[in-house]
Each structure stands twice: as C-alpha cells, then as structure tokens.
Design a protein around this ligand. Sequence first.
Ligand code: NAP
Length: 313
Amino acid sequence: MNNIYDVIILGAGPAGLAAGLYAGRSCLKTLIIEKGQDGGQIAITDEIENYPGCNVEEESGPSLMARFTAQAAKFGCDRVSDTIKEVQLEGKVKKLIGVKGEYEAKVVILATGAFPRPIGCKNEGKFVGKGISFCATCDANFFEDFEVFVVGGGDSAVEEAMYLTKFARKVSIIHRRDELRAAKSIQEKAFKNPKMNFIWDSVVEEVDGDELLNKMVLRNVKTGELTTYEADEEDGLFGLFGFIGMVPNSGLFEGQIEMERGYIKTDEDMHTNIEGVYAAGDIRVKSLRQVVTAAADGAIAAMQAEHYLSNLE
Ligand code: NAP
C-alpha cells in the first residue's frame, strides 16, 4: 500500500491548492496533479480585489496563486505535472491514469475547474492565437494601439475590456442584449471610459483574414442585419476577445459521477455520489464561482477526506 496516496487532488487552481494545504496540514499523504500552470482561470486574471485579505491595490491572479502554491508546498504536498486520461473512481482504491504514469489513492478530490466558452462563430478555430484570444492578461500587449472587440456582457467581459483599454486605442463590447449583466459598479466605470464603445444586440457570425484576423461579420439579433467590420488598412489586424462564460472540465468523469449540465453534483460538504470522491471549486454545481468559494470548497473537501480516512479500517 506504500505507493497509495491518502488523497489525490486533480487540479491546482484555488480549490485544489486550498485542498492541498488542508490535507497536507492534516498530515495526509497528498498528491496534487496539474497538467498546466497553477492557478487555473485565476492565473490569467489581471486584477483581484475581492479575495478577502488580498492586497487590494496591487494583487494580481498570478501573485495570489503563487502564495497558494507556496502554502500547499509548505505542508508537504507532492506535485506531479501530468495529463490524466482516465479515472477509475469506484472502490476503495481510486486510480488515475495519466500520460506519464498511474496514480492511486484512497480519496480523490476533483478540482478541475472550467475553461472559457468559445465564441461560437464560423472560422473561430483558425484565428485563435491569430487575433482571437480568451485571456486579456496574456495577450493585451499584442494589441497596443490596435482596435479590439470583446464579446460578452458579464463581469469578466467588462472588467477585461477595461483592462484592454490600457493597451488598445479603442475597445468595443459586442453584447447579445441591450443591457449588460455585469455588476452596476463595474458598468459605471466602463460607461465613463472614453476608449470604450458598445455594440448592442449583436453576435459574431463569422471571422476571416489572410493569416491574421482582419474581418468579421456581426448579426443584429433583433433585426437580422449583417454588418462587416474590417481592420484599418494600416493595422491589418484587430483583436477579438471572448468572455462569455465557462464550460466545466468534466468530460473525464462522464458516466461515472452524477452531474448537472456538466457540473458535478455535491452536497454542502463536497461529497459526490461516490464514496471517497469529493469535488471542489468551479467544477461543481454552485451559485457563486469565485476564488473565495473555490478555496472554501477545497478546505471542506480536505477535512471531509480526513474524517473519511480516519474511519476506514
Ligand atoms: P457570466 O456572468 O455568465 O456572463 C456571461 C456573459 O456572456 C453574459 O453577458 C451572457 O449574455 C454572454 N453570453 C453567454 N453565452 C453567450 C453566447 N453564446 N454568445 C454571446 N454571448 C453570450 O460569465 P462571467 O462574466 O465569466 O462571470 C462568471 C462568474 O464570475 C460570475 O458569477 C461573475 O459575477 C464572476 N466574476 C466576478 C468578477 C468580480 O467580481 N470582479 C470578475 C469576473 C467574474 P447574457 O447577459 O445575455 O446572458
């Protein structure tokens, strides 16, 4: 049983790292598996001002996440960088099969989060990384003095659009309705920003270009009218950022665990329908997907895991 972990945590976002901190601190033999960089979605977020206790003036996603990572490491969590291809969650020993190896544990905490929903227009795939982006923090500097469009009307779209105004000469929000979903305080700042422009009741139908994105067709959802936007001849390119919500990273667990619209169902103590399997953070059905709620989920899942393990023969 030596190579069997007490707890394997899948995903090193706020939920997974908080679970690691609590499991490690409870002296459980813990492994965190992550295929990419730590922090998940929050690692690509520019400003964090609503995580309690964060440094309001200068906290960024990466700075906050670096402290989460260091804290989990301090309490002795093992780390592996691998992509898990298959999970076997039933039974007393759970197995995760990755590209680089196989991992076993008595408890698994699923904290795989979610990824940005594609814009859903024709030719989108051809222009991701060539004008289309889902991360302002990563790609804003490529659009210094260019024109940029942002799809969406929620907090993410409006906040990221504001961030993009620090780089782009003009930022237009394309929203499918005629009012934003974003919090009123965020809206107020956006409406006051002279670089911001709003294209209401519209969706992106199609994108095009030679090598880089320089043309798109918008459809007005009320009138059906199609409008073609072309990049300035001098620019030869514009940016298109998508912030229209998230898709859960749960394909791996399909058919094994109870889900609702792709999100894992848990009780308030993070138990899934499988004994010894917990879910935490954005991957689970919940009403508020924030760093603070993800971290709380991770802590609860780890403490429940500790109770479960102490009752095992
Ligand atoms: P969201 O609140 O779900 O907003 C998604 C936006 O995209 C909505 O405006 C929606 O339009 C639009 N949309 C959805 N599907 C679309 C489609 N197929 N085509 C075009 N538009 C589409 O997502 P989010 O902004 O990513 O925020 C997610 C959660 O994180 C929210 O709870 C939010 O409050 C939170 N968040 C908080 C902060 C903060 O507090 N600072 C920052 C970022 C995110 P409709 O409005 O018409 O539905």
